[in-house]
Design a binder for this molecule. Structure first.
Ligand code: ATP
Length: 235
């Protein structure tokens, strides 16, 4: 309200020891908006996501949720405030069943539209396999579990790190086709995506990162290929 964005990073910097990965990233995300972050390997996309969800410590004021500084809070505190992450590589709990993995997401104790039955309606295969170990599922099904686990925390912001990584095109399509249903309740989404054309199709706006800086941002459809390659590779 009052023009304060849902999520904002302001001059976001991130370090691994002495090595700086982010050099002042400014990103804004509105209620219900879908934003994609693109960029080459090592551009800082994962570091950005980890900084927002508390896996990389950053100064408090550099990440704000509805104007409140949340940078550097522990990951659990950030989930309880309404930011959930679908991590790169899915990272399911290997000793837990599909349903137990999903229930882990509900630990945030947030109220909202998402619960087990609704997830099973979104991804029916997860209901069939609910008693199997998460790691026994195919890559695409594991990705559905990772998405479902994040949704179970009823986030205001969903962060997705490379949903399409290592998945067959038909599976990628199935997962991205679920996005409108996922967003129907007004949740906002930040997607890291290597596939630029896919990012342009699903996102409202794009940010292109290069070497820890934003080199281009704007409405997804309005940016053309030449601009994007310039921002992506710096050629
Ligand atoms: P990718 O697509 O390969 O995941 P990315 O755009 O997500 O790339 P990051 O993984 O954020 O990029 O990496 C940004 C920079 O930070 C790189 O120079 C990388 O080497 C460095 N980096 C990332 N993780 C660590 C770490 N745990 N320790 C030290 N340096 C790291």
């Amino acid at each position: 309200s009052g023009g304060v964005p849902l999520l904002e990073t302001a001059g976001l910097t991130a370090f691994y020891g002495d090595a700086q990965a982010l050099f002042g990233i400014d990103v804004v995300l509105g209620e219900g908006e879908r934003v994609a972050v693109i960029g080459a390997n090592g551009a800082g996309k994962s570091s950005f996501m980890k900084a927002v969800c508390g896996l990389v410590r950053v100064p408090a004021a550099q990440v704000r949720l509805r104007g409140e500084p949340i940078g550097g809070l522990p990951p659990g505190a950030i989930v309880r405030r309404g930011i959930a992450m679908v991590p790169e590589g899915r990272r399911l709990f290997p000793s837990l069943s599909v349903e137990e993995n999903l229930r882990m997401g509900a630990c945030a104790n947030r109220v909202g539209p998402w619960h087990l039955e609704r997830l099973y309606a979104l991804f029916p295969v997860l209901k069939e396999k609910r008693r199997q170990p998460g790691t026994a599922l195919s890559g695409g099904q594991q990705q559905m579990v990772a998405i479902g686990r994040a949704l179970m925390s009823n986030p205001a912001v969903l962060l997705c790190d490379e949903l399409s990584l290592g998945l067959a095109p038909v599976v990628i399509k199935e997962i991205y086709d679920a996005l409108p249903a996922i967003c129907a309740e007004g949740m906002a989404v930040v997607l890291v995506e290597q596939d630029v054309a896919l990012a342009q199709r699903v996102a409202d706006r794009l940010y292109c990162f290069q070497e820890g800086r934003v080199t281009l941002s704007g409405p997804a459809q309005a940016l053309d290929r030449a601009q994007i390659s310039q921002a992506y590779f710096g050629v």
